[in-house]
Design a protein around this ligand. Structure first.
Ligand code: NI
Ligand code: MN
Length: 225
């Protein structure tokens, strides 16, 4: 499994030769200006919720790639009405896709579209892929529901928002890592705008002090699991 960070909460995931793109927000992110969205591959676009900083480029990329948009029922239906191929899910539900098993799990946050219309309830995703399992928390507070994940899935990587203000910050993400029983963390949803700027060294040190590994990737950088 290869995971590429495209800035903010946008990830590219390559598993079993399938390309997954999560929460595309690139054209609106000046820090990601080196990423060419027309060059991105996507068989599936996963959307955690309807906020602008997670869906901005979904339509453009879905048009370019014919990707299937996977999200909660309300977000999926929104894109279905626009003519896109979708796969609606809801909390606690899972489905076997060609890349592995995908479960839509709880997140504590909000989920309105940029025009204020209802975007369902926000979520995260657990992917049980070929030999590796990951949890993409989405925008969320620390929540006890995270403790449910390791009852069913032994995670190899947890991807947590760490920018604070709109989501968990560093200290809550450390507790979240205990809750999901995974000490290997990829941080996202930080530095994009002023409210969520973090001190990278301090963040890494806080995880390190708890015997955990926080990875912070440069935009465009990849890791292999
Ligand atoms: Ni959000
Ligand atoms: Mn967000």
């Amino acid at each position: 499994m290869k995971i590429t960070f495209y800035g903010h909460a946008c990830l590219g995931i390559e598993v079993s030769e399938v390309h997954i793109l999560v929460d595309p927000f690139i054209s609106g992110n000046p820090k990601a200006s080196d990423i060419d969205i027309t060059a991105l591959k996507a068989d599936y676009i996963l959307l955690t919720h309807a906020h602008q900083d997670h869906i901005l480029d979904a339509e453009t990329i879905a048009k370019n790639t014919n990707a299937v948009i996977v999200s909660n029922y309300e977000v999926a239906t929104h894109y279905e009405k626009l003519g896109f191929e979708v796969h609606p899910m809801n909390h606690g539900g899972q489905w076997d896709f060609e890349f592995g098993n995908l479960k839509y799990v709880n997140a504590i946050h909000t989920s309105s579209f940029p025009d204020g219309s209802y975007g369902g309830q926000p979520g995260g995703f657990v992917i049980e892929g070929e030999r590796k399992n990951i949890y993409i928390a989405g925008d969320t507070a620390l929540t006890m529901d995270m403790k449910l994940i390791p009852l069913q899935t032994q995670l190899d990587l947890a991807i947590f928002p760490i920018g604070d203000n709109f989501t968990m910050g560093i200290d809550d993400a450390i507790l979240a890592s205990d809750f999901v029983q995974c000490d290997k963390i990829l941080g996202y949803h930080f530095d994009t705008f002023g409210y969520i700027e973090i001190d990278h060294e301090e963040a890494k040190r806080k995880f390190f002090d708890k015997d955990k590994d926080l990875m912070l990737l440069d935009i465009g950088e990849s890791i292999e699991l």
